[in-house]
Ligand binder design. Structure first.
Ligand SMILES: NC(=O)c1ccc[n+]([C@@H]2O[C@H](COP(=O)([O-])OP(=O)(O)OC[C@H]3O[C@@H](n4cnc5c(N)ncnc54)[C@H](O)[C@@H]3O)[C@@H](O)[C@H]2O)c1
Length: 258
């Protein structure tokens, strides 16, 4: 049985009740994990209260700001985790960003600053977090990130985010190889398209979802809960032999050629 009782799970990426990270949070909670939730702080303070109101019924033992572009904040978050928990068992990286202008039109028009920002937030942040997490996972652990088919195949308008996801999936393999001897597993879930804040920035997302509903073997796209269930599995001892993998949770869309 899937049991995460007593496991400390640090989750980055909850913005609202549509977030994939929220689906994951609920499933980790249901399996008994002790939760640490972060939110993206900003000048207008758009997320803190919203995320706090959403997650408080699950009684997270930690609730912290974390902008992965801010090294001091990342370091402070891990200091808090070490002080309060001693160690981490699970790290969920469910975050990404690219400017709206970069997610429509011609890929060759991607700006240098747009390219670098997307790569920094969406790709480098996993490596950055793993460098800290490995110091808190003396007993081993499981790290899960979120990818998309656009990192492997060309998807209209996904553009720079496809490059970011391609780099993210390769990062998973390098990190898995490095951290495996410490019994730290690193995997990605490649989710089918789901309507969220981040995906609404991708031009034509609704058409993408409609296309998946017509073509995927299950004739639908997936839910946050289904992605959450797979994340809970990957974080559990049931997945103790799995690392360095990209698991598709996409109603089977990835296997189709036509
Ligand atoms: N929604 C989809 O169709 C889909 C499909 C496959 C993969 N994904 C991936 O799932 C992950 C979660 O996205 P989502 O769709 O749930 O959207 P979302 O908007 O709910 O989540 C994105 C999160 O990224 C966070 N974020 C952005 N910049 C950050 C920064 N500098 N520091 C820390 N956090 C930051 C946001 O606060 C937000 O919580 C992303 O990696 C996304 O690419 C989404």
């Amino acid at each position: 049985m899937l049991n995460l009782t007593g496991k400390n799970a640090l989750i980055l990426g909850v913005a609202n009740n549509r977030s994939i990270a929220w689906g994951i949070t609920q499933q980790l909670h249901q399996a008994g994990a002790n939760l640490g939730i972060t939110y993206l702080p900003d000048e207008k303070d758009r997320y803190r209260k919203k995320v706090q109101d959403l997650v408080s019924p699950l009684n997270p033992s930690l609730f912290m700001p974390c902008d992965v572009q801010n090294d001091d904040q990342v370091a402070e978050m891990f200091e808090t985790v070490k002080k309060e928990w001693g160690h981490i068992d699970i790290l969920i990286h469910s975050l990404a960003f690219a400017g709206k202008d970069e997610l429509t039109g011609d890929f060759s028009e991607t700006t240098r600053s747009g390219f670098l920002k997307a790569m920094e937030i969406s790709t480098y942040s996993l490596t950055q977090l793993c460098a800290q997490a490995k110091t808190c996972m003396a007993e081993g652990g499981s790290i899960v990130t979120l990818s998309y088919l656009g990192g492997v195949k060309v998807i209209p308008n996904y553009n720079v985010m496809g490059i970011a996801k391609s780099g993210l999936e390769m990062s998973v393999r390098y990190l898995a190889a490095e951290l495996g001897p410490k019994n730290i597993r690193v995997n990605a879930i490649s989710s089918g398209p789901i309507r969220t804040l981040a995906s609404s920035a991708v031009g034509g997302i609704l058409d993408m979802i409609k296309h998946v509903e017509e073509i995927a073997p299950l004739r639908r796209t997936v839910t946050q809960t289904e992605v959450g269930n797979t994340a809970a599995f990957l974080c559990s001892d049931l997945a103790s032999g799995i690392t360095g993998q990209v698991i598709y949770v996409d109603a089977g869309y990835e296997i189709m050629g036509m």
